[in-house]
Design a protein around this ligand. Structure first.
Ligand code: AKB
Length: 317
């Protein structure tokens, strides 16, 4: 096997996934890249290059020089940030993916991983246990770019045989780094506020249910999908995967079990409309049937794991 290239490694998912890939395949087999040079400080254990995925020539140089055989392309502008600058979000989310697909085709990359999102669903999609093939009318530029990206992946798979694999991540919750620009980010911030003894103002209403997932489950799903024999993959766009589904009130109750004096109030902003357009919960029966996907964490086990581990990564008073 050649080397594994992670694009956007400095982000919330990349920070954790890159380490797990290095532990699994060896530090010398993984190359972390990010457009920010400062992200390099996270990757003392493996090679790091500054890379803007919009620069296809630079991407090609790394792929050729390093003998890359797998690419995890994680760089994207998320839902809430995308609404502030839709054209920039479209350029990066689509342009970056097309550069990766083209390079994968030209250099015969063995496997590509590209994350999609529950943001591909929209106001007219079924809300509860949203099926794999539900009607999709995304109304954020992030969701539109993810839905278009899914079809580009399927197109490259069918037309050029590029083995692209993808899951529709729900909101991801981890403790090793902060997320940026997502609608589900409140469910990460809440732990930081509780542990620093501050009051938390939630930007969504108390009863807004959203699909979420603990980072360990998300990483397991990703690695599991990448290991499955190609012939078992029946979905060439992107697989629904489900972990948790909870509202701000429910995560607050879970945190209160550890921090009984913690206070939370609600003050919804533009992200409420985004959350309202997304599913409450996801049906992942196709992923279960095709590659035995099964999450391990529920809300309380996730809360305990985060509260135990967060202080090693962030300082609290
Ligand atoms: C976001 O909130 O934009 C992301 C996502 C659900 O893809 N976390």
């Amino acid at each position: 096997m050649g080397k594994i290239l992670v694009i956007g490694a400095g982000g919330q998912l990349g920070t954790e996934l890159t380490k797990v890939l290095a532990d699994q395949y060896g530090n010398e087999s993984v190359i972390a890249t990010d457009f920010q040079e400062s992200a390099g400080s996270k990757f003392s254990y493996c090679a790091f290059h500054t890379l803007n995925v919009m620069n296809k020539a630079e991407l090609e140089i790394i792929v050729k020089k390093e003998g890359v055989s797998q690419i995890y392309h994680l760089a994207a502008i998320l839902s809430a940030a995308g609404e502030k600058n839709p054209l920039q979000a479209w350029d990066l989310n689509m342009g970056g993916l097309l550069n990766v697909l083209e390079v994968a085709r030209a250099y015969k990359i063995e496997k590509v991983f590209w994350p999609s999102s529950i943001a591909v669903f929209g106001p007219s999609s079924e809300k509860e246990r949203t099926p794999q093939n539900a009607f999709k009318d995304p109304n954020t530029i992030y969701g539109i770019s993810k839905l278009s990206g899914e079809h580009w992946c399927e197109y490259y798979f069918n037309k050029y045989g590029v083995d692209v694999r993808s899951v529709r991540y729900p909101g991801l919750i981890g403790y090793k780094s902060l997320p940026g620009g997502g609608t589900t980010d409140y469910a990460v911030d809440i732990y930081h506020k509780a542990m620093s003894g501050e009051k938390f103002t939630c930007f969504l209403n108390e009863h807004t249910y959203l699909p979420m997932m603990y980072m360990d489950d998300a990483i397991n799903a990703t690695l599991q999908l990448m290991e499955v024999p190609k012939e078992k993959i029946t979905i060439k766009t992107s697989y629904n995967i489900a972990g948790l589904s909870f509202s701000p009130t429910e995560i607050y109750q879970s945190v209160l079990k550890h921090y009984p004096n913690f206070k939370m109030e609600y003050h919804s902003d533009f992200r409420q409309a985004i959350a309202d357009s997304w599913p409450n919960s996801i049906d992942d029966s196709v992923a279960k049937a095709d590659w035995n996907w099964k999450p391990k964490f529920d809300l309380d086990t996730m809360t305990s794991a985060i509260i135990t581990n967060l202080p090693a990564y962030f300082k609290f008073k």
